[in-house]
Design a protein around this ligand. Structure first.
Ligand SMILES: NC(=O)c1ccc[n+]([C@@H]2O[C@H](COP(=O)([O-])OP(=O)(O)OC[C@H]3O[C@@H](n4cnc5c(N)ncnc54)[C@H](O)[C@@H]3O)[C@@H](O)[C@H]2O)c1
Length: 237
């Protein structure tokens, strides 16, 4: 086994969407994957391992990292990708919904990094968190999601300072990445300065770079990958 094929990456929320794209890309690059997701129907790329795990659950995350220590015996990259959005007027958002979204979108990254710290330090590894352009701009009725992603951006730079120089920690903030829902209209595509909405591959290439050897001077950074939307000035017609 060469050095590249022995590298281990753990991707949370990797059963589908962006996380599955990241897992597939890293597997193509020679990484061995552990995919952790709460979906019982998911899977890992060939040669990898799939673990059913709610990454907001403290005991489940501790068990997950114990299993990585016992089975793969190292961890070179951790991708904190699991997340979801509830869009509801604040008057209707329950505390249970708020807490559950924060737990999956933000607390899970704390739990995963805490339990993975020793393995990541031993491997001089890298962490990538997946936040959102909504950490910096909003539509109505998205308070909790935006707060969770803003927290993730801040957690990223805090971790980079605490875990450096052993471990690098960076954040990717996607804009509209087509993983589910209806096809965007022509107007929605054209609204993007890049001319289209994003695809999971638009994220996975950057993640592969951030966990690889060409980004060793990059830590604590946030990369917005949104086809230019957050740079577009808009006035009323
Ligand atoms: N798709 C977009 O446009 C977009 C934009 C910005 C940010 N993001 C972020 O990217 C990440 C992935 O988004 P996506 O569009 O691929 O979503 P998705 O719904 O297609 O996939 C999310 C995956 O995470 C898993 N998951 C959710 N909660 C979990 C939990 N508590 N424990 C374990 N697994 C859990 C789901 O089972 C699913 O497999 C999310 O954090 C999301 O907020 C997505």
């Amino acid at each position: 086994m060469d050095a590249a094929s022995s590298r281990i990456a753990l991707v949370s929320g990797g059963a589908k969407g962006i996380g599955a794209g990241i897992a597939a890309r890293l597997a193509r690059d020679g990484w061995r994957l552990v995919v952790a997701d709460r979906d019982p129907a998911g899977g890992a790329p060939s040669g990898g391992r799939y673990v059913i795990c709610d990454v907001g659950d403290e005991a489940a995350v501790a068990a997950l990292l114990r299993s990585v220590a016992a089975t793969e015996q190292r961890l070179d990259a951790l991708i904190c990708n699991a997340g979801y959005m509830i869009r509801k007027p604040i008057a209707e958002l329950t505390l249970a919904e708020w807490s559950s979204m924060l737990t999956t979108n933000l607390t899970s990254a704390f739990l995963l990094v805490r339990e993975a710290e020793a393995l990541l330090r031993a491997a001089n590894g890298a962490v990538v968190t997946i936040a959102s352009s909504r950490a910096r701009m909003s539509e109505p009725d998205t308070e909790c999601y935006s707060a969770s992603k803003g927290g993730l951006v801040a957690l990223t730079h805090a971790l980079a300072i605490s875990l450096g120089p052993d471990v690098r920690v960076n954040c990717v903030s996607p804009g509209w990445i087509l993983t589910k829902g209806p096809e965007p209209t022509e107007a929605e595509q054209a609204f993007h300065p890049a001319g289209r909405v994003g695809r999971p591959d638009d994220i996975s290439g950057l993640v592969a770079f951030l966990v690889g050897p060409e980004s060793l001077f990059i830590t604590g950074a946030e990369f917005v990958v949104d086809g230019g939307v957050t740079r577009k000035m808009i006035y009323p017609e």
